[in-house]
Write a new protein. Sequence first.
Length: 202
Amino acid sequence: MPSKRHSTGLTGLVVLATWIYPIWPYEQALHNSLTLMGAGYLWWYLQKNTLTNHHFFLICLFLMAHSIAARWLYSYVPYDQWAIQLWGTSVSEMFGWQRNHTDRVIHFLYGFCLTPAIIQHFTQRDHLPIHIGLKLAIGMIMINSVCYEWFEWGIAMTLSPEDAEAYNGQQGDMWDAHKDMLCATLGSVMWWFKYQGNTTAV
């Protein structure tokens, strides 16, 4: 597992690479503002708390994935073109998809990548049992997902329709917010099988 320094350096390189000849600079900057806020909070958190290299890398993995998705505004990540070049067929054709699902992947990674660090926070700082920390972490991911969807709703109400669609990337799906929240929850619940009933340190 890479050290925190290596994970930080890799994250920085990926973020910088996504800004080479940006396609939609304004919209990408809007999305990456959250990445910068997340990185800033992580730096602040580590001044008073600890994270394992593994948990830190997972958070960096999410930040990198988010930055890559932000370059193409989620809805236009060309994963079908990449798949055709690698395997000769598109992902959408394989699964019969009618929309770009990058946003679902990022929401899933949010739950999956942040849950272990949250569990570590509750077990080491608050001295709670791991199974309690797990349940609290899942609950926090769900609450954060709801708050983020409220934030997107606020974006839709304040920006122009074009800018709101570019940021939210609903792609005409009226249930987009519900599915995004479900993906984040499923990503978090994936850790249930490892930590539920576990009595060892995280």
